[in-house]
Design a binder for this molecule. Structure first.
Ligand code: UDP
Length: 465
């Protein structure tokens, strides 16, 4: 079938191999395929079997740790260095392999964590551009550090950091590595390297949308030709224009089948709190206990994603307690689920989230009010926006003595968001507004849709020459 199809260009999309990066880049690949491009995902040998979608082809490259990926590496730095050397070599081989076919690769869209992929593209005479998976605000903060207008480590006296169009950012609102650069030296170096060769990129893609970050975007655009193409959420939840596009098509963990939706069906509308800390956060035992007792004491139903590696931190007897209360199941704990389906379910009234950027965009796009419990990296900045810029949720306050979120705080935030008080109603109204704006951006003629079309047309024109 593929042989007969005429494509207007062939894009090779290269995600960083974690769930929060594969999802938006794969979604972008699908969007491009729906607009007439051939789209191939190049992913590590370890993750290749986790990705499958009828619109895209998946091909392997190597990070040098083909058996277990990141888990095999001794440190972040070793992993990233190995990825650079092995990834460059195998990406070049993949491009060359396609050069002799009917559909040679015409452009590489790579995760902004891999500036080396642009060098590979250019060495092979093809176009390329990074895909930023963070908010534009977070990108702007890191670019200022790269440009040395902000110096590390950031201290209290350096704050607030002012970015035009954004409320002043305190230390608690800034990505966590910045006041402790030594905590993740490998990641920090990678975040700053994102900007090292941007001047050579043909395009810069950002998973956000015009109305969401209109002011920040102005200052980003002064520096690079950024194309805002988000939110990269499966089409069924937004514009519905990509047939059958109901999920990302990638899962590094096996989601529970229809058990969650069956359980949700038994609950009244807007009565359940969906809780997830994403794919990377690991809570301490005490933090886990406070969240657990907070959920229990709130009295709301809850559906909580606790990865298998974390379940041992749940309080003793907690599982038994929540499943036998008043003869009905108050809470459900699953090791992984299809998050979008949960957020889209009418019984879910609130998303208690770690504020990863994908989760934030998903909550916004599906109009679900949020309680932000950010833990590290860009999650702190996303939480600030959720609470104070878009007004679609609240952010928990961390106890000043223990440095933890206490159960009373969890209860109070859930009450504020779930109940129909003044703030709760305002949050629900804003959530409905942003859901519409997200849909509008990606729907036909919307700002992101136009930006994607411009890219497709430009690529088509280059291929004709
Ligand atoms: N996710 C999922 N099932 C779960 C938990 C999370 O499918 O049980 C998905 C979620 O929809 C999101 C991604 O995993 O797309 C997590 O990305 P995010 O940027 O929110 O956080 P990260 O995992 O990178 O910290």
């Amino acid at each position: 079938m593929e042989v007969k199809k005429t494509y207007v260009g062939h894009v090779l999309v290269v995600p960083y191999p974690s769930q929060g990066h594969i999802n938006p880049l794969l979604q972008f690949a699908k969007r491009l395929a729906s607009k007439g491009l051939k789209a191939t995902i190049a992913t590590t040998r370890y993750t290749i079997t986790s990705i499958s979608d009828p619109l895209v082809t998946v091909e392997p490259i190597s990070d040098g740790f083909d058996d277990r990926g990141f888990a095999q590496a001794q440190s972040e730095e070793i992993f990233l260095d190995s990825f650079k050397s092995n990834g460059s070599r195998t990406l070049a081989q993949l491009i060359k392999k396609h050069q002799a076919t009917k559909h040679p690769i015409t452009c590489v869209v790579y995760d902004s964590f891999f500036p080396w992929a642009l060098d590979v593209a250019k060495e092979n005479g093809i176009l390329g551009g990074p895909f930023f998976t963070n908010s534009a605000a977070v990108t702007a903060v890191f670019s200022r550090i790269h440009g040395r207008t902000l110096r590390l480590p950031l201290r209290l006296e350096d704050c607030p950091v002012v970015i035009s169009g954004v409320p002043p950012l305190s230390l608690d609102d800034l990505p966590s590595f910045l006041n402790a650069p030594e905590s993740h030296p490998g990641y920090l170096k990678m975040k700053l390297n994102q900007f090292s060769n941007l001047d050579k990129a043909d395009w810069v893609f950002s998973n956000t949308f015009q109305s969401l970050e209109s002011e920040v975007v102005k200052c980003i655009r002064e520096q690079w030709p950024a194309k805002l193409i988000g939110p990269m959420v499966p089409s069924a939840y937004l514009d519905g224009r990509i047939e059958g596009d109901r999920g990302y098509g990638a899962s590094l963990w096996k989601p529970l089948d229809d058990g969650c939706t069956k359980w949700l069906k038994t609950k009244p509308s807007n009565s359940v709190v969906y809780v997830s800390f994403g794919s990377m956060v690991s809570l301490s035992q005490q933090e886990m206990e406070e969240i657990a007792w907070g959920l229990q004491e709130s009295g709301f139903y809850f559906l909580w994603v606790v990865k298998d590696s974390e379940t041992h931190k749940l309080p003793k007897g907690f599982l038994e307690l929540i499943t036998t209360q008043i003869q009905e199941t108050k809470g459900m704990i699953v090791s992984w689920c299809n998050q979008l389906e949960m957020l889209a379910h009418g019984s879910v009234g609130c998303f208690l989230t770690h504020c990863g950027w994908n989760s934030t965009l998903e909550g916004l796009s599906l109009g679900v009010p949020m309680v932000g419990v950010p833990k590290w990296a860009d999650q702190l900045t996303d939480a600030k926006f959720i609470a104070d810029v878009w007004g679609v949720g609240v952010r928990v306050k961390v106890d000043s003595v223990s440095g933890m979120v206490k159960r009373e705080e969890v209860v109070s935030c859930l009450n504020e968001v779930m109940n129909e008080g003044e703030r709760g109603l305002e949050i629900k109204k804003n959530a409905r507004k942003w859901k519409e704006l997200a849909k509008e951006a990606i729907d036909e003629g919307g700002s992101s849709d136009k930006a994607i079309d411009e890219f497709v047309i430009a690529l088509k024109n280059t291929c004709k020459r």
